[in-house]
Design a protein. Structure first.
Length: 263
């Protein structure tokens, strides 16, 4: 049996789908034939995603331009998807970015906002989608980050948020066993997104070197040969939602090119 599968006839909700890793996941699912409910705040970015999906000619897109920080919004998204397509087969929680910095420089509002989308919205989406995923015997993949396992002085919001999401994912995996839902989590490492490019520019300015020199220096500091691409994460997520991962459950998977050395 070859390593080949399709998501034809399946419906996936992907949050944070307008850019970066979330966009790559939405495109990969559509390439594999899924109908993708793409959730993000910016309509123009979602329109661009839908055009790219249509150009690929396989999957379809339902665009949900919403702010997931609203307590009722996650359930409203699920209701819209079920009303449109009749089911939810896969849920990928990828929305949410957090402000970098040491905790003394960050405000209560910074911390609360960091948890609102990446943690609380993910919890609410899992809860709202649960009965539909139980009916379809579907899959959830939450996207956290390697910073959840490796504390850093300049990542005092993102690290705790990722840790909370990892813990939550492991916790609901027990309930999921009873209900026939597969639940896993992916921890991306350093992925070539706009966010990473901004960090490299900051490093270059601090060190007084060019962007290319900063790029090479930061790679070398982590003993990496390249930064990951969003599609590297998308392929891992697709695998975890596929029949080939039928016996993979409750896993926290680091996809970081080997940058994380701890056990």
């Amino acid at each position: 049996m070859g390593f080949d599968f399709t998501f034809a006839g399946k419906t996936a909700i992907v949050t944070g789908a307008s850019r970066g890793i979330g966009r790559a996941i939405a495109l990969e699912f559509a390439r594999l034939g899924a109908t993708v409910a793409a959730v993000a705040r910016t309509q123009a970015d979602l329109d661009s995603l839908a055009a790219e999906i249509a150009q690929g000619g396989q999957g379809r897109a339902l665009l949900c331009a919403v702010d997931l920080r609203g307590p009722s919004v996650p359930a409203e998204v699920v209701e819209r998807v079920v009303a449109t397509f009749g089911s939810v087969d896969m849920l990928v929680n990828c929305a949410g970015t957090t402000k970098r910095g040491g905790f003394l420089a960050l405000t209560d509002e910074d911390m609360l906002d960091g948890f609102l989308v990446k943690f609380h919205a993910a919890v609410r989406l899992c809860k709202a989608a649960w009965p539909h995923l139980k009916a379809s015997q579907g899959a959830i993949v939450n996207i956290a980050g390697v910073g959840g396992n490796t504390p850093a002085a300049e990542f005092t919001i993102g690290g705790p948020v990722n840790s909370a999401l990892i813990n939550f994912t492991k916790a609901i995996a027990d309930q999921a066993l009873t209900d026939g839902i597969r639940v896993n989590l992916v921890n991306p490492g350093h992925i070539a997104t706009d966010r990473l490019a901004g960090r490299i520019r900051t490093y270059a300015a601090q060190k007084g070197v060019s962007y290319d020199e900063a790029y090479a220096d930061t790679l070398k500091s982590m003993s990496l040969t390249r930064y990951g691409e969003p599609v590297d994460i998308a392929r891992a997520v697709a695998f975890l939602c596929s029949p080939f991962a039928a016996y993979v459950h409750g896993v926290s998977l680091d996809v970081d090119g080997g940058a994380t050395k701890g056990i």
